[in-house]
Design a protein around this ligand. Structure first.
Ligand SMILES: [Zn+2]
Length: 465
């Protein structure tokens, strides 16, 4: 293990999010290799330490994003998919998804994960469910490679589409055997159970509407056998609830519960349309939720019942969802919107800023089944974010750092990010990759994708390829 010691000295605030929710004024934080060695008001300097002046910074734990489709970064802000609700939107974007190649998947992940790192997120999950028949091989491995190269701690989930439908082109549909075989290979090749693991695998059928019942059942068995978490979408829209009632005679939550898909090793994205009895089921089974407010607003899906879920002690976290339904992958924006959405809907009963930050840190760690990330304390992973406390946009409102970061925060305030003790963002820029090259390649690949998919874009004609 790398035993290099780095001391962040005299930060204006350290927001630990530990069990006592300590906020340390003028505090020090010492990292040793991949882990935190100490967090205290004053840590004496020793000879072997690299000392970094953290004055003018607030240190928070790295945030945890629990739902994403990284490849979608190349399918954002497309005029034919804007201003559509979930079902018509799906039909448009799935038509485009079948033209993805490995290069596009790689750069989609560089953009999605890069934007997350630059907005204070240090662990991300990814739900990759497109495996076009033209280039099906090892696409999740491509996102894992992308995450390793950019420095993100990563839970890669093996998604899938196994049921042909009006919304899904047949070239994206895989057989159950094919999916399960690849799932086992991915677990064996990449899943790391050790403390401070940088890569873990999860299994993730796409949706009750898009996958055959046998896949849910077999995935659950595999998850139990190999000790990996299970993930999917659930109860995102009213249409989905109506579809399940019509086709299965039950609500989406009841459908997945019938497949055995409930428990501490399962988390679902969205969960917008939950009944009181659905909430009880989540609460009793400790099943996790990834709350994705921006995606739910953009696709007119509705608002998750966060205050009721918090009252029922359901494990709650925050997810940006794929960039095609968010047009961004920005955790600071996501938590600000989460805060505002529930103030709008619930007034003073909406979660306060600290509760929102808790969902984005310790909540995310809990949902992903990790006890080594999410808060700042000795022996936790050295995943942390230094925010510029002197940023102009904080001026006049520096009485409460948590409230300021959640309700006024923006990624331009993120100065430095450490993941596993490694500095991956410095002065707001990614350190391990060339940002300019990513921007250039991604723009070119996105245009190529739209051209291949015959999507008419007015300015697409001549400047590429
Ligand atoms: Zn999603």
């Amino acid at each position: 293990m790398d035993s290099k010691r780095t001391l962040l000295k005299n930060a204006d605030w350290i927001i630990t999010m530990d069990k006592d929710r300590r906020r340390i004024r003028h505090g020090d934080l010492l990292m040793q290799g991949e882990r935190i060695q100490a967090v205290a008001q004053e840590i004496p300097v020793e000879e072997d330490m690299q000392v970094i002046d953290a004055r003018g910074k607030v240190i928070i734990p790295g945030m945890v994003n629990t739902h994403h489709h990284c490849f979608q970064s190349l399918v954002r802000n497309i005029h034919v998919a804007n201003e559509l609700s979930l079902m018509p939107w799906l039909k448009v974007v799935y038509t485009i998804f079948q033209y993805f190649n490995p290069d596009m998947v790689y750069y989609g992940a560089q953009v999605g994960l890069g934007e997350l790192l630059k907005s204070g997120c240090t662990t991300s999950s990814d739900h990759h469910y497109i495996y076009p028949s033209s280039s099906r091989e090892k696409l999740l491995d491509v996102t894992i490679k992308s995450a390793r190269e950019i420095g993100m701690r990563f839970t890669a989930t093996r998604g899938s589409l196994s049921l042909p439908s009006d919304h899904i082109p047949s070239s994206l549909v895989e057989s159950v055997d094919e999916i399960l075989k690849d799932s086992v290979r991915l677990i064996q090749d990449h899943h790391d159970e050790s403390r401070y693991a940088m890569t873990q695998i999860g299994l993730a059928p796409c949706w009750p509407e898009f996958d055959v019942p046998a896949l849910w059942d077999e995935s659950m068995k595999l998850g139990r056998e190999y000790g990996v978490h299970l993930h999917s979408h659930l109860a995102e829209s009213k249409d989905e609830v109506a579809y399940c009632l019509d086709k299965f005679g039950c609500r989406p939550t009841e459908y997945v519960a019938d497949q055995g898909w409930f428990g501490e090793n399962v988390w679902f994205a969205h969960c917008v349309h939950l009944s009181d009895s659905d909430i009880k089921l989540f609460s009793k089974s400790r099943t996790g939720i990834s709350h994705c407010p921006i995606s739910n607003m953009k696709l007119s899906s509705g608002a998750c019942r966060v205050p009721e879920l918090l009252a029922a002690d359901v494990p709650l976290s925050i997810g940006v969802d794929g960039a095609a339904s968010n047009n961004g992958s920005n955790m600071l924006t996501e938590i600000r919107v989460a805060y505002l959405l529930h103030q709008l809907n619930y007034g003073s009963k909406g979660p306060d800023a600290e509760t929102i930050l808790e969902m984005a840190t310790v909540g995310g760690a809990r949902v992903l089944g990790r006890d080594d990330i999410g808060y700042l304390a000795p022996d936790m992973a050295a995943d942390l974010v230094l925010i510029d406390w002197n940023d102009f946009s904080f001026a006049g409102g520096t009485h409460d750092p948590v409230s300021a970061i959640v309700t006024s925060g923006d990624s331009k305030m993120v100065d430095t990010v450490y993941v596993n003790g490694e500095c991956v963002v410095e002065k707001g820029s990614l350190t391990l990759v060339d940002e300019e090259e990513i921007v250039d390649r991604s723009n070119r690949l996105a245009k190529r994708l739209l051209k291949d998919a015959s999507v008419e874009v007015p300015e697409l004609s001549k400047d590429i390829l």
